[in-house]
Structure formats: C-alpha cells, structure tokens
Design a protein around this ligand. Structure first.
Ligand SMILES: Cc1cc2nc3c(=O)[nH]c(=O)nc-3n(C[C@H](O)[C@H](O)[C@H](O)COP(=O)(O)OP(=O)(O)OC[C@H]3O[C@@H](n4cnc5c(N)ncnc54)[C@H](O)[C@@H]3O)c2cc1C
Length: 443
C-alpha cells in the first residue's frame, strides 16, 4: 500500500523510503500526524491526487506520506458571497459540476481537471487553458486553513471580498508545494457561469508564424479566454492516437476561444483572422456551435495521452517541460528548441498555453538506452536554459518539486534565495515538511 502511494506522475524523481502512509479523513487526523512527526522529527510528504509532474508528492527516505485525497467534501456554497468552502481532496471537475447547479463557475482548468485535487491545485498554484483571461488558482483562493508543522491550525486570508489585515500569508502558502503546511480547507471565489464560447482555429505553415500571431493578437488588446498552440508534430501524434482529423500537414495550429458578446462575434473573430492572416495563416475558421468547440478542446486535452501513445512505441521515455516566456519570445524559443531537435536527433514537440506564454516542450527518448536517456535529460535542461536566457521562468505551472530543485537555485538571485531560506526556517524550523524538494538546493 505504501509503495502504491509513493510517487506522482513525474519521471526521473526518487520516491523511495516512506515508512508510513496516513490516509487522513479529518482535520484532526492531519493535526495528530503532524504532532507525531514533529515530536519524532520525521519528514512528512503531503499528497493530494498525485497527478503532479515534478515529483513534489514523492516519498523521501524515512517519511510519512500524508494523503488527504479522502477529505473530499464540498461543504457549503455561499451564493451571496459567490464562494464555496471545500476540503482539499475535492476533484476540480467535481467542484465545477457542483457549483454549476447554482449558476456559478470555478474557472481554473488544468489539463488534469478531471483527476487533480483542489488542495494539490492550490499547493502548486495550478494554471490551465482558460487562465489567459480568468487567471490561475491563486486568483480564486479567498482563504485557507492549514495545519502547520507542529500541528497548529492557522486560518490564512479573509473570507470577505476584500481584506488587508496583516501580511498576505495566504499568498505565501499558495504554490508552496507542501513545504510550509498542509491545506485542510479552502474558501474559493466563484464567478457567474461562463457562456458558450466562440471558437476559432487557425492553421499555419510553420510553428514560428503561429507563435508570432499570439504576441501580435494579444498586443491588440484582445481578451481571449483560451489561446492554445499545438505544433505540427503534436497534430500528427493526435491524429495517430485518436483520428482527430487535424491538419497534420500544417506546421502549427492555434485554438482560440472568446466569451460571447451579443452582436460582436463577427468583430471578435474578424480581428483574430486579420492578425493570423497577416502572420501567414493558411486557414482560419470559427464556430459558435458548442459541439465544434467541445471536439477541438477535447483534441487539445488529448495531447498528453497522444504523447504517451507515441512514447510507448518509441522506447517509453518522455520528459515534459514547463517553461513560461514573455509572449513575444515564444517564436524565438521555438526556433531554438527546433535547433536542439535537429542537433540531438531526438523527437521534441511543443504545445503551449500560448496566451500565457506557457510552453510545454516534450522530449521523447528510448528509456532503455542509458546514453539516449542522458542525452534527453541534457536537452531538457538546455530547454530551461534557453527559457531563462529569453527572460522566462523554469516553471509556469507544474512546480519545482524534485525535478527542478537545482534549477530553482539557478533562477533565483541570492537575496531571493535568502528570503526563501528564512521563511522556511521560520515556518518549519525542523524542516520536516516535504524536504529534499523545492528548498533543497537553495543552500
Ligand atoms: C495529464 C496531466 C495534465 C496536467 N495539466 C496541468 C495543467 O494544465 N496545469 C497545471 O498547473 N498542472 C497540470 N498538471 C499537473 C498536476 O495535475 C497539477 O500540478 C495539480 O495541481 C496537482 O494536483 P494533485 O491533487 O494531483 O496534487 P499532488 O500531485 O498530490 O501534489 C502536488 C504538490 O502539492 C502538494 N500538496 C498536495 N496536496 C496538498 C495539501 N492538501 N496541502 C499541502 N500540500 C499539498 C504535494 O506535496 C506536492 O508538492 C497535469 C498533470 C497531468 C498528469
């Protein structure tokens, strides 16, 4: 049982040595576990649904795995405040379905929306497809209750629409990847239900022109609710996997959605078409039929399964990166990744939450071949290096975990590393919460 809970979805991250698994059902279960761990100086690894891809939920030697996925009740919808109170194990899609009955929506929509938990989403500050307009998880957390390393309960943030009493500790804990406390309850902001979107598809002869369109389109002041990029290699893999009938002769594709504004559909789509065609689009089409939109978004969500399908037939290895860039740097980034592909001989694909500049290059390799595996790891690192050199960050949404702990140290300046160390020492003085991960290489 412990073994089965020892790791998340990341590759190349250690996950050995857990000594116990606690499947918490209540806040007091979490408090008792942390009091015990604190008294015995045992490491604790908080876990949600273990869909993470940076090894953040992986076991460390001698650790207690503290899994809160069973704390999965939706406790209360407050329509006047437009909030919902939840336990951490609630699955994101279940929350969306529940609040829809009240005419409300919870926008953050990671690709893992159907399998990841709200606690994990908050701990990683998860992003997703509609974040270009609606923001990331951080923008929806009004307050949260956490259990600190010694078992103390702390309520962070205010449940009111505004609140500036004290430091923004809520903000500090969001994205802290289980290194500062265990989230046991959250009050989340909701918005009125979103209307059926207008959806446009633009097909380009090459990747560069698709990515250049994104920067130009956003510069017009447009406010799309989704702007996703898929490169030509991904289109081919999607067709091989699911027969989606995408134009796999194309170099790249943009999928854009906008909220409907009565009488404005032609104007919105006309503006997108103009920018795409100016950048060399071969074809631009749009629809307000929910079935068309659903089919295209489904194809986009199938990118990762299609990668797994490809990897299974080509030696099993796939490293998924998460470099976020200034939008205007994406075309240059793609050119340099394509150069790496040519030089290494490895298959590299790129999809992106392009409206946010958040790219997901994947490096494929034969996992049974140590030389090729080492080459893939090297290429993966070079991709982060390119991202940093273009003014980007090593992770836009997947987090640091084990996978990028050395790279966090590369990205942060000395002053910022010092602040990280000081905060960790103040909040978790024994260093029992999720050690060997985010803070491990900061000195
Ligand atoms: C197919 C696929 C697509 C994905 N697409 C996206 C995407 O579009 N955007 C995105 O952001 N991510 C994406 N992810 C990554 C992953 O789903 C997210 O990071 C998600 O937020 C993790 O949630 P989880 O419940 O699985 O957390 P876990 O994997 O269990 O944990 C993730 C981290 O959070 C900590 N943690 C979990 N629960 C708690 C808690 N209650 N208290 C304190 N710390 C906690 C863990 O210690 C760990 O460090 C994807 C993953 C997959 C497999």
């Amino acid at each position: 049982m412990i073994e089965a809970h020892a790791k998340d979805e990341a590759l190349f991250c250690p996950a050995e040595g857990a000594i116990a698994l606690v499947r918490a059902r209540s806040v007091s279960d979490v408090q008792e576990t942390l009091r015990f761990a604190h008294a015995h100086r045992l490491p604790v690894v908080p876990q949600g649904a273990r869909t993470g891809i940076s090894g953040g939920a992986n076991a460390v030697p001698g650790s207690i795995l503290l899994n809160v996925s069973g704390m999965d009740r939706i406790l209360e919808v407050n329509q006047a405040e437009r909030t919902v109170r939840v336990e951490p194990g609630v699955i994101n899609q279940d929350l969306k379905n529940h609040v829809a009955q009240f005419g409300l929506a919870y926008p953050p929509d990671p690709g893992s929306v159907a399998i990841s938990s709200i606690g994990g989403n908050i701990a990683t500050n998860a992003g997703g497809l509609c974040c270009v307009k609606y923001g990331v998880t951080r923008d929806y957390v009004r307050s949260m209750t956490v259990v600190l390393a010694d078992g103390t309960l702390a309520h962070l943030g205010a449940e009111t629409a505004k609140g500036v009493a004290g430091l923004d500790l809520r903000g500090l804990f969001i994205g802290s990847e289980g290194t500062l406390g265990v989230l046991v309850e959250a009050v989340l902001r909701l918005v009125p239900a979103l209307g059926e979107p207008l959806t446009a598809v633009a097909v380009f002869p090459d990747e560069r022109s698709g990515l250049a369109t994104v920067a130009d389109y956003m510069a017009t002041g447009a406010n799309p609710r989704m702007l996703e990029f898929l490169d030509g290699k991904t289109l081919t893999m999607l067709n091989d996997f699911g027969g989606f009938g995408l134009d796999d002769g194309a170099g790249g594709m943009l999928l854009m959605q906008a909220d409907p504004v009565p009488g404005q559909a032609e104007t919105i789509m006309g503006a997108f078409t103009e920018v795409a065609e100016r950048n060399g689009a071969i074809d631009v089409a749009y629809s307000d039929d929910p079935a068309d939109s659903e089919a295209l978004v489904t194809a986009r969500r199938m990118a990762q399964p299609s990668y797994e399908h490809y990897a299974q037939r080509h030696g099993g290895g796939q490293l998924l990166d998460d470099v976020c860039l200034p939008r205007a740097a994406m075309a240059e980034f793609y050119d340099r990744v394509a150069q790496l592909r040519d030089e290494s001989g490895l298959m590299i694909t790129v999809i992106a939450h392009a409206g946010d500049g958040n790219t997901h290059p994947s490096v494929f390799f034969n996992a049974a071949d140590p030389q090729e595996t080492a080459k893939a790891e090297d290429v993966f690192e070079q991709i982060m290096e390119i991202g940093l050199s273009l003014g980007g960050t090593i992770t836009g949404e997947h987090g640091v975990g084990y996978l990028k702990r050395d790279w966090l140290a590369r990205e942060l300046d000395e002053g910022t590393s010092q602040l990280h160390r000081a905060i960790k020492a103040a909040v978790d003085p024994l260093g029992i919460l999720n050690p060997e991960k985010m803070f491990a290489s900061l000195g």
